[in-house]
Design a protein around this ligand. Structure first.
Ligand code: FAD
Ligand code: SF4
Length: 328
């Protein structure tokens, strides 16, 4: 590992202005960044510790939730407000990593974590357009069992690995940013980019900006919600497919619904087409199956991951049946 120095930022402004200096990288819990440094993918000269930013988790005036960027994943998952009003968020965090890693990992670091594509993580032996734009992508003809079936491009089909972000996408979360150019708020679903020709550009974060908080609006569909992750091992593994879902029911009909998928796209995938079909309709297996057909009409699997299409359809339908209590 290349030698580096350490600095501590006491405000978003300071973190933003330090982050634009050559070789400077923001440091949350370090559970992803330090791994990437060990593998020779990141070579910072200075780590700017941002764990001094707010870690507060509190209710907003409109009954939603505000989570400071430096809040630890474990603290968010265990918070009574999260567990009672946004259970899918708590469950999504607990479905990821290990207790020790969740104790260290910050919310901002989780949102910014890099892909687990094996070729991205092998700088010595593999070609990867995300690490070196234009060099090629070894996953295209290689091991692509974990890769995307939605939203990918010929340049890159890596998936976003975050479980938490799938719940945040379903919950209409917003990312609060601040830094040298002022403050702004971006919907979580617009924060991560699709790869297109530039898979190295992963988010809309500008130079000199840092994440300061995540805000989640109140929603009746968030209360009756859950997260299910299907993976190769029962723990300590990334999703093959995952589903974050919430419903509000009235007179046996779906009054409102929130649905997002993980493990299947380069960004947390909000299933807006399926939501439109299901909102206001009956909660039957037939309706769930029809909605999934529409959502996955443009799915484009690779040689090693065609199974994800059917797996995702079945997982989402099973989750919705469980949540609505309807299996007719
Ligand atoms: C063995 C292992 C298993 C894992 N399994 C899972 C899993 O199953 N599911 C899952 O979702 N995750 C999993 N993870 C990933 C884990 O969730 C992330 O490593 C963690 O969330 C990153 O948070 P951090 O605070 O440690 O980030 P860091 O490693 O400190 O930083 C990550 C990135 O975020 C940037 N950053 C940090 N703070 C800010 C900020 N305020 N503003 C802007 N950028 C910032 C850093 O510059 C860096 O680029 C696993 C990790 C490991 C090591
Ligand atoms: S899928 Fe993306 S991250 Fe993986 S090797 Fe190809 S370009 Fe790199």
């Amino acid at each position: 590992m290349t030698p580096f120095s350490y600095a501590r930022a006491s405000s978003a402004q300071e973190a933003g202005s330090l982050s634009v200096r050559d070789g400077h990288r923001l440091l949350g819990g370090g559970t992803n960044l330090v791994d990437l440094m060990r593998k020779g993918i990141e070579h910072p000269t200075t780590l700017v510790d941002v764990t001094g930013l707010s870690s507060e988790i509190r209710e907003t005036e409109r009954g939603g939730l505000l989570i400071g960027a430096a809040a630890r994943n474990a603290a968010v998952a265990a918070h009574p407000l999260v567990r009672s009003r946004f259970p899918m968020l708590s469950r999504s965090i607990l479905a990821g990593a290990s207790a020790q890693i969740r104790n260290m990992a910050t919310v901002a670091g989780n949102v910014m974590q890099r892909t687990r594509c094996v070729y991205f993580n092998d700088p010595a032996g593999a070609r990867c357009n995300k690490r070196a734009p234009g060099i090629g992508c070894d996953a295209a003809e290689g091991f692509n069992r974990y890769h995307a079936i939605l939203g990918a491009s010929p340049a890159c089909s890596a998936t976003n690995p975050s479980d938490m972000c799938v719940a945040l996408a379903a919950l209409d979360a917003e990312v609060h940013l601040a830094g040298v150019g002022g403050a702004r708020i971006v919907p979580l679903v617009d924060f991560h980019r699709l790869p297109g020709e530039r898979p190295d550009l992963e988010t809309v974060l500008n130079a000199g900006e840092v994440i300061t908080a995540i805000e989640i609006p109140p929603s009746p569909a968030a209360v009756r919600s859950t997260y299910r992750k299907v993976r190769d091992r029962a723990s300590y593994a990334f999703a093959l497919v995952s589903v974050a879902a919430g419903v509000a029911m009235r007179d046996g009909m779906i009054e409102d619904i929130r649905l997002a998928f993980g493990g299947v796209a380069p960004k947390p995938w909000r299933a807006s087409a399926a939501e439109r079909v299901l909102r206001g309709g009956p909660s039957t297996p037939k309706a769930f199956a029809a909605a999934m057909e529409i959502e996955l009409a443009d799915a484009s699997p690779l040689a090693g991951n065609a199974f994800k299409v059917e797996l995702l359809k079945r997982t989402a339908s099973a989750v919705l049946a469980e949540l609505t209590g309807e299996t007719r």
